[in-house]
Write a protein that binds this ligand. Structure first.
Ligand SMILES: Cc1cc2nc3c(=O)[nH]c(=O)nc-3n(C[C@H](O)[C@H](O)[C@H](O)COP(=O)(O)OP(=O)(O)OC[C@H]3O[C@@H](n4cnc5c(N)ncnc54)[C@H](O)[C@@H]3O)c2cc1C
Length: 456
């Protein structure tokens, strides 16, 4: 049966669950933050575990591919459909339970990270993973991408906080499990192995005190050596972020800041914990910066802390003014090699006459490399693609990974062979097919060789 007829049949079988085929849905849910757009035939809005189970089961029975979607903030095309239904989790956004003694919270997968954070405040708790998209992205999307964020240096990434999950497998079976066996594989699987309904996440007591500091760290490559030398003193911040000099200029223009040092890169630190710990860490930082003559800007209260965080969070919107197309990679390398990587990246970008900006969670080894361009300038786009290939080849040669947190999706799948052997890729493929034999979940993602289901 043609896909169109199968979709109609599926719509009938899912009676009672919002099933939208109007263009305002199929267009809006057809792309993610990469700006790539795919074919979306319908958008389904399950509101409960039973709705989600029925959706998966009937999609399989009618052979309709299914693309799970949280908020669509993904940077690798993970939720971009390729013919079939988009399953939006936005109506499954409730807190299902809080166990203060066990320090866990159970949420539906469509809850927005920030809504969870706000819910926890009154209990004196917090959920550490904080992707810069936290005001929009969902916990389901965060689990599926194993999201990191600025606090990952101290607190680690999403995987560490998943206590258990309720998810639907390709047979439409509900599985409730701790992250072991197949359930563990779902974390970071980019929606290719199952549909997550809910998760019980570990939470922590909110730290008593914070210190937030911006340090002018000199030339771009130099900042990383400074960071390494600082960490070698035993200094342990919760946040260690890098903003290169061009990106900082862009942020300064965007926020109309005065006082940032032209030509200097910046390191953004936060320390948290007990008052004594934080003051001890702050003392180490001040003494280090004092000895090296580095300029520090310290937030004196919560309002100033918010201002510094807003500055860090302005990086992405400020870059948006530099080009309508962002070629955005998030390679990962050991901290000790980031300095040489930053210099190499800028050299190659200028050789290819590309406008390049680098920032990222450097404490976690994660660099965001952005080429700001315009997809209508085809020669420049071709040079940007040459840049990406050279970047990945170089990073793979340095023992790094193609993605620190944004995933493989559709944007990086052709490069997987640079970091995995054929035998490793074959094994990954066989696991995927074992868990999803009919290729129902997110077909065409992660594997380049994936035969596209015959959708026409
Ligand atoms: C400005 C900006 C800043 C960002 N900063 C960071 C950052 O600091 N750290 C970081 O890690 N990422 C960051 N990202 C990337 C993105 O926000 C994360 O990957 C996020 O986890 C995606 O969540 P989402 O809800 O938007 O998921 P979507 O984009 O909707 O989906 C992402 C993937 O998850 C799958 N998925 C979603 N929900 C489910 C579910 N319930 N069950 C199974 N699979 C599911 C989808 O199929 C898809 O493959 C940023 C993005 C933007 C736009």
């Amino acid at each position: 049966m043609e896909l169109e007829n199968r979709i109609k049949e599926l719509g009938k079988r899912l009676r009672g669950i919002p099933f939208r085929r109007e263009a305002r849905y199929t267009v809006s849910y057809g792309f993610d933050a990469t700006g790539r757009r795919g074919r979306c035939d319908a958008v389904v809005f399950p509101q409960s575990l039973e709705d989600l189970r029925r959706t998966v089961m009937e999609a399989r029975r009618t052979s309709v591919p299914l693309f799970m979607r949280g908020a669509g903030t993904g940077f690798s095309g993970g939720s971009v459909p390729a013919g079939g239904i988009v399953v939006s989790t936005e109506n499954m956004n409730r807190v299902l339970g809080l166990d203060i003694g066990a320090r866990t919270v159970t949420v539906e997968s469509g809850i927005v990270n920030n809504d969870l954070q706000e819910y926890l405040v009154e209990y004196g708790l917090f959920y550490p993973p904080d992707p810069a998209s936290f005001r929009v992205s969902t916990i389901g999307g965060n689990i599926a991408e194993n999201a990191g964020g600025p606090r990952a240096y101290k607190y680690g990434v999403t995987r560490r906080y998943v206590k258990s999950m309720v998810w639907i497998d390709a047979e439409g079976e509900v599985i409730e499990s701790e992250p072991r066996g197949p359930t563990a594989l779902l974390i970071g699987a980019e929606g290719t192995l199952g549909a997550i309904y809910s998760a019980t996440m570990r939470v922590l007591p909110r730290p008593e005190a914070f210190r937030t500091v911006l340090v002018a760290a000199g030339e771009d490559g130099e900042a990383m050596h400074t960071a390494s030398a600082l960490l070698a003193t035993g200094f342990t911040p919760s946040v260690l972020e890098f903003i290169d000099s061009k990106t900082m200029r862009c942020v300064s223009e965007y926020r109309e800041l005065s006082g940032t040092i032209e030509g200097s890169s910046y390191l953004f630190f936060e320390m948290d914990g007990s008052v004594e710990d934080v003051e001890m860490q702050y003392g180490m930082l001040s003494s280090f910066c004092g000895k090296r003559g580095l300029t520090m800007l310290t937030a004196r209260d919560d309002d100033e802390r918010d201002i510094l965080w807003e500055l860090r969070r302005s990086v992405s919107p400020s870059l948006a003014r530099k080009g309508i197309t962002k070629v955005n990679e998030d390679v990962s390398l050991p901290l000790g090699r980031l300095g040489e990587a930053v210099s190499w990246i800028h050299d190659v970008a200028s050789e290819l006459e590309l406008d390049c900006y680098i920032f990222g969670h450097c404490g976690d080894g994660n660099l965001h490399v952005n080429i700001m361009t315009d997809r209508r300038r085809s020669a420049e786009m071709e040079r940007a693609m040459v840049f990406v290939e050279r970047l990945f080849t170089h990073v793979a040669g340095m023992g790094g990974t193609l993605s620190g947190e944004h995933g493989i999706g559709i944007t990086k799948k052709e490069f997987l062979g640079m970091v995995y052997s054929p035998a490793e890729l074959e094994l990954q493929y066989r696991i995927m097919r074992a868990m999803d034999p009919d290729n129902i979940f997110n077909p065409g993602k992660y594997f380049d060789r994936e035969e596209q289901r015959d959708v026409h």
